[in-house]
Design a protein around this ligand. Structure first.
Ligand code: G1P
Length: 295
């Protein structure tokens, strides 16, 4: 009998981060920070705040350092304690606290669906969440918690945001629409990275948060390569949509694409403006730049 509560999560983190080279030559893109918080940690914090206490991170060769980040560092902690640096000690101690971490590898880059499939043995027969750390979600409420509000056993839920037709080719695009006063809707169909001509002027695009039932693994196992020659999670979702089992949630919040240089800078600034310890000084600096005619 499947657990009716979602407490497991999968974080695909096997990508090479080629769009942010040379920064990602040695450092995994998931460890690039918004000020002092690695983006993967933001995804972990979101998962934790949404009730997830067990995460499996799907990595690839050369990304072992991701596991180090979520491990304890007794020497560092002792050093900070001895010097009375209690704020830093608390920050270090909080990294991943309350979550059990597991790691597995995707042996070759064969797509998001294939990456998620690597977590099948660990997830077993339970429903689970998927969080793509490249999609940085900022805002007052954890996006995954918003998805879980609309999740029921047997259904899959995806986070969606409106995008212009010209951008649709970068995303999974869903057909269906919200009723007035509602944020969730049944997805009629879903396509990975469609051609602009096949998309309405404004479309609903999937952003990297999902709640899935374990039977998605059975679908993923049988899928042929899809868009870009990769095993696409979207193609598995298309099968669920055909069975009337896919729900989209137009979440509240902002999403920034870490894979994109400008998206990364925007995320840093917005995150800085959301932080009480940083906000005033950053805002004053941005104003001074504008006043000085620097942009
Ligand atoms: C993946 C998914 C896509 C989704 C996107 C969100 O694409 O395949 O459906 O819209 O994440 O960021 P990728 O960014 O890996 O190309």
């Amino acid at each position: 009998m499947a657990d009716a509560r979602v407490h497991k999560g999968v974080i695909p983190a096997a990508g090479l981060g080629t769009r942010l080279l040379p920064a990602t030559k040695v450092v995994p893109k998931e460890l690039l920070p918004l000020i002092d918080v690695p983006v993967i940690q933001l995804a972990v914090d979101e998962a934790r705040a949404s009730g997830i206490d067990d995460l499996i991170v799907v990595t690839s060769r050369g990304k072992e350092i991701l596991a180090d980040h979520f491990d304890r560092q007794p020497e560092l902690e002792a050093h900070l304690r001895e010097r009375g640096k209690l704020e830093q000690l608390a920050a270090v101690g909080d990294v991943g606290a309350g979550v059990r971490f597991h790691y597995t590898r995707q042996p070759e880059p064969r797509g998001l669906g294939h990456a998620v499939l690597q977590a099948a043995a660990h997830v077993g027969h339970e429903p689970f969440a998927v969080l793509l750390p490249d999609d940085v979600m900022l805002g007052p409420r954890p996006v995954l918690a918003q998805l879980l509000d609309h999740w029921r056993p047997g259904f899959a839920v995806v986070a969606v945001m409106r995008v212009a037709r010209e951008e649709a080719g970068r995303y999974g695009i869903v057909a269906g629409d919200v009723a007035p006063g509602s944020r969730a809707f049944r997805v009629e169909h879903i396509v990975e990275k469609p051609a602009p001509a096949d998309v309405p002027p404004v479309a609903w695009a999937v952003m990297g948060r999902y709640v899935l039932d374990a039977d998605v693994f059975d679908i993923l196992e049988t899928l042929p390569p899809g868009a870009g020659g990769e095993i696409q999670l979207t193609d598995a979702l298309a099968e669920l949509a055909r069975a009337g089992r896919l729900v989209a949630v137009a979440y509240e919040g902002e999403r920034y694409d870490m894979g994109d240089k400008l998206g990364y800078v925007k995320a840093i600034i917005t995150h800085g403006l959301e932080r009480p310890d940083f906000r005033d000084r950053l805002a004053a600096y941005l104003r001074s730049l504008a006043d000085a005619g620097r942009f």
